[in-house]
Design a protein around this ligand. Structure first.
Ligand SMILES: Cc1ncc(COP(=O)(O)O)c(C=O)c1O
Length: 339
């Protein structure tokens, strides 16, 4: 699809083949010089560990068009570091932070026409990934790897403003207590496909997972982190080794403290104590901030602020975060990398 035929107002979160993607191979103990290519098909060995043993990880981040026409990447160093941790967990070679950020910039520049205009609420979503490839059959780390980044233009998550969504507590687990929950690896998402699909079939936005050991504490949403606001104005978010450390979550913690003056609590969020919260939300690169209207647990819907309106603290957090990302609000030092 050429960028000329894109309707920025109706863009969703769907695959669109953009012009160029970055591709680099790991061979003989080093990353080869990356190149930009028009070909969106990977040619890999049938024995690739990525296909059989899930040896792969990925990232997600966005580039934003600013009012002055410049382009912002939001905290790409954090994505680079998280990908390094995911690679370590799955015995894959690190992509150095510098190479990661440089590759992001190259992909954004090469697909600049696909960046949704300032004010449309959309952004260019970047999908970096590392996969184990090469001839192999045993359960062991791959002889070769591919690091690639492609991008797609995505629309505003909420057309016509923030709206609360209902979520349901899942009876399934997405990750084990000492498993790979904190790494952004495909296996976690494979495990979440069925529970997520069931939740959507039942008209929920997605499901929320409880801690896999005791099933008594909220961990996270299928593809976003959880936060809540207490009656006395504290920002609360779960802390657990099986939760993905989201960069939006990290940023909201910092903005809640430094810009909104809220006390932040990272700790246990017991499912039978959610009455204590006035507001709740899901946060992530794709979800931005999705207000949670209600949570269904044991066939009862627990409503937070309202089923139709967004709470005031959630609204302030949303404004601050999206303002920083699109360059309308001054960013904390080091958060924005200009392309
Ligand atoms: C399982 C999961 N949790 C949390 C997040 C949020 O992470 P981030 O804010 O870095 O996008 C994501 C990705 O968006 C995710 O897939």
């Amino acid at each position: 699809m050429g960028h000329e035929s894109i309707n920025w107002d109706t863009l969703g979160f769907d695959y669109i083949k953009t012009d160029k993607r970055y591709l680099s191979h790991w061979r003989d103990g080093a990353w080869q010089e990356g190149t930009l290519t028009e070909d969106n098909v990977l040619h890999i060995s049938e024995g690739s560990t990525a296909l059989h043993y899930g040896q792969q990880c990925f990232e997600g981040l966005k580039a934003y068009r600013c009012k002055d026409g410049s382009i912002n990447l939001f905290r790409p160093d954090q994505n680079a570091q998280r990908m390094q941790r995911s690679c370590s967990r799955l015995l894959m070679p690190h992509v150095p932070t510098e190479q990661f950020i440089e590759a992001c910039k190259q992909v954004v520049k090469a697909n600049e026409h696909f960046i949704p205009p300032y004010g449309s609420g959309g952004a260019l979503y970047l999908r970096p990934f590392v996969i184990g490839v090469g001839d192999n059959i045993g359960v062991r780390t791959a002889p070769e790897f591919i690091f690639s980044i492609f991008c797609i233009p995505v629309g505003a998550y909420f057309k016509g403003g923030l709206k609360p969504n209902n979520f349901v507590i899942s009876s399934y687990d997405r990750a084990a207590p000492n498993g790979t929950g904190a790494a952004k690896v495909g296996g976690n998402y494979a495990a979440s496909l069925m529970p997520g699909s069931e939740a959507k079939k039942n008209s929920f936005a997605d499901c929320i997972y409880l801690d896999p050991q005791t099933h008594s504490k909220i961990e996270e949403v299928g593809s976003a982190n959880f936060f809540a606001i207490t009656a006395d104005g504290k920002f609360v978010t779960p802390k657990s080794p099986s939760v993905l450390p989201g960069i939006t979550r990290l940023s909201l913690i910092e903005l809640a403290q430094s810009r909104l003056g809220l006390e932040v609590v990272e700790g246990d969020v017991f499912i039978d104590k959610i009455d204590e919260f006035k507001e709740a939300g899901a946060c992530g690169t794709a979800a931005v901030i999705t207000p949670i209207g209600g949570i269904s647990y044991k066939d009862k819907l627990h409503v937070f602020y309202s089923q139709t309106e967004v709470g005031p603290v959630t609204q302030r957090l949303y404004k601050e975060l999206t303002g920083v990302q699109s360059g309308d609000v001054e960013a904390p030092a080091g958060w924005i990398v200009k392309v």
